[in-house]
Design a protein around this ligand. Structure first.
Ligand code: PHE
Length: 355
């Protein structure tokens, strides 16, 4: 009996010594110390012994039980401690490690260009203003010396707002998505604050979609009205902008053109950066420009009828206006080479994150 008990004790101590996890510990406890465990089973055999032998064996059995229980307690303490150590090792935090940099976006390149353009004009006193992007026909056309049904309007392939299938009518005529930012001209004059140095940047809409045209794009409209404003100021402002935005080496030129709301009217060109204004690269015709020049946009001296529509006396005041596309201007700057303008608004991060 004695041998059986001591053998059991040895076996139990060996098992507890090897225990590594709380699960193994519980299994070993049930096996040796449980109500129906090996020790309890061995104790049952005591009943069969005679009185003296039972006393001796009972004493040993109690010693064995105490020893095994002590081994269980020690093992339990060991396991709790090592679990804490593991947790400490896992949860250890090195505060000096560099952090995980969160993904940070940036402004769209059109927005960046708008900010830059506004800033350039702000330096020469042009104040950024905003005018409606959905407006009456009156401001988009009629007040700009383009009477109703005038064929010149066809150049601006205009979207009209509809109301139950009919072209919507407002207080001042049909309602349009502004096809240019020139609707801001008379609206700015109507404020009655002179002199005017306005830069109106906004969205424009035209019925067009191709690699070079978007149905929605942006224009920036400049308007300067004061006494004695002449083409000289227009040319000066144009020159200043081009040199600031495109670089000091770029030349400018005014080419006669026709708009109903300016007289005289011009198309404004800047010298090409690829061929340096010569029209030729290594003796071959430049692929980007026409004869050394790139067209930026329209401009001219504000037509007397437009000044009148804005409540100003054309004998006292004169002014110039220009309207250029933001996307076009931005893409003309060397370094940004986009062969399809629609790429700008496809929301493809592989493209957008490059700028
Ligand atoms: N609004 C004209 C356009 O969209 C440009 C322009 C603006 C021309 C101001 C002259 C003066 O083409």
């Amino acid at each position: 009996m004695q041998d059986v008990l001591l053998q059991l004790q040895k076996e139990a101590l060996d098992v507890f010594l090897k225990v590594q996890t709380p699960e193994e510990l519980e299994a070993a406890r049930v096996e040796y110390l449980g109500r129906k465990g090996r020790l309890a089973e061995a104790m049952k055999d005591l009943a069969a012994l005679d009185v003296d032998a039972r006393r001796d064996a009972g004493k040993i059995a109690n010693d064995v039980k105490r020893t095994v229980e002590a081994s269980f307690a020690a093992t339990e303490a060991r396991i709790v401690e090592s679990a804490a150590e593991d947790r400490q090792a896992q949860e250890w935090l090195d505060v000096s490690l560099p952090g995980v940099v969160p993904a940070v976006g940036h402004l769209h390149l059109t927005t960046q260009a708008i900010d830059e353009i506004s800033d350039i004009f702000a330096h020469i006193g042009f104040v950024r203003s905003r005018h409606p992007e959905v407006d009456w026909d009156y401001y988009a056309f009629e007040s700009l010396n383009m009477p109703k049904e005038h064929p010149a309007r066809d150049e601006w392939e205009t979207f009209f707002a509809e109301d139950e299938g009919e072209i919507a009518l407002g207080e001042k005529g049909k309602i349009v998505l502004t096809p240019h930012t020139s609707n801001g001209q008379v609206r700015e004059m109507e404020k009655g604050v002179l002199p005017i140095r306005m830069i109106n940047i906004g969205k424009c809409y035209r019925r067009q979609a191709s690699a070079r045209h978007l149905p929605m794009f942006h224009q920036f409209e400049g308007l300067m009205v004061d006494t004695n404003v002449s083409v000289t100021e227009l040319k000066g402002v144009f020159d200043y902008f081009v040199k600031r935005y495109f670089g000091a080496n770029r030349e400018t030129r005014l080419r006669p053109y026709h708009f109903r709301f300016t007289e005289p009217s011009f198309e404004l060109d800047i010298s090409c950066a690829v061929c340096d204004g010569t029209g030729k690269v290594d003796g071959v015709k430049c692929k980007l420009c026409k004869g050394g020049w790139l067209e930026l946009g329209g401009a001219g001296m504000v037509h007397p009828n437009v000044l009148k529509a804005g409540g100003l006396d054309p004998d006292v005041y004169t002014g110039f206006a220009f309207g250029w596309g933001v996307e076009r201007t931005m893409m003309m700057r060397s370094g940004i080479n986009i062969d399809d303008i629609r790429t700008l608004y496809k929301n493809d991060l592989r493209f957008l994150s490059q700028f």
